[in-house]
Design a binder for this molecule. Structure first.
Ligand SMILES: Cc1ncc(COP(=O)(O)O)c(C=O)c1O
Length: 203
């Protein structure tokens, strides 16, 4: 079985049709199932392709996953423009939050779908004096960064390694995932707090 997630959490990638075509070709050639997690399908800012529609041979072997939470909104949303309004709102919120990462000169992703921003915090130096309890001393840098942000700034983000398999921990260690699905007042408060990261940036 091959498992994909599009739009992707946490990267925000939306798999283009050609890539889905390649992946599904592999599944057909090797007689594999394709599990496609599409819970953010309505929150795509670029053309979204449902892999199962690429042909009968793909459809037969594809399991498409939707979200129960999203399903509850579908009936209403058909009539009142809920999803297009939500997409517009979320994009505004992304721009709003990312202003602070721009100011801090921290690289960040602009997602093609979903409402998560991945930020590269390689330049943030966690102060040496910062006490790390023994039970988390072995955790990777992204976990310690997340803890540092919660304790020092009062901002919660998710360590990227939660999304990587244990064999590839170094890939996520400088990244945190921020969710923008918050009230604007909360985002503004988070931005004000995140500005204090300036004190901990290396050149
Ligand atoms: C990629 C992905 N798949 C599935 C889920 C589960 O969605 P739900 O709990 O709305 O069914 C989530 C929730 O965060 C998700 O990010």
């Amino acid at each position: 079985m091959i498992v994909i997630n599009t739009p992707n959490n946490p990267t925000g990638k939306v798999f283009p049709r050609e890539e889905l075509r390649h992946i599904s070709d592999i599944c057909v050639r090797h007689n594999l199932l394709l599990l496609s997690d599409e819970v953010y399908d309505r929150l795509s800012y670029v053309p979204f392709t449902r892999v199962a529609i690429l042909g009968p041979d793909v459809q037969q072997r594809t399991i498409s996953i939707g979200s129960e939470a999203a399903a509850a909104a579908y009936e209403q949303s058909l009539y009142n423009g809920f999803w297009s309004q939500t997409r517009t709102l979320l994009r505004e919120k992304m721009i709003r939050l990312c202003q602070v990462f721009q100011k801090l000169d921290l690289p960040y992703t602009i997602p093609e779908g979903g409402y998560f921003i991945l930020v590269n915090l390689a330049k943030v130096q966690i102060p040496r004096v910062y006490r790390i309890p023994p039970h988390i001393r072995d955790r990777r840098r992204d976990f310690l960064l997340a803890r540092f942000l919660i304790m020092e700034l009062g901002v919660a983000a998710i360590p990227a390694n939660e999304f990587y398999s244990p064999e590839h921990p170094c890939l996520g260690e400088n990244y945190l995932r921020f969710a923008v699905c918050q009230d604007d007042e909360i985002l503004d408060l988070a931005k004000a707090r995140l500005r204090r990261l300036q004190l901990y940036l290396t050149a």
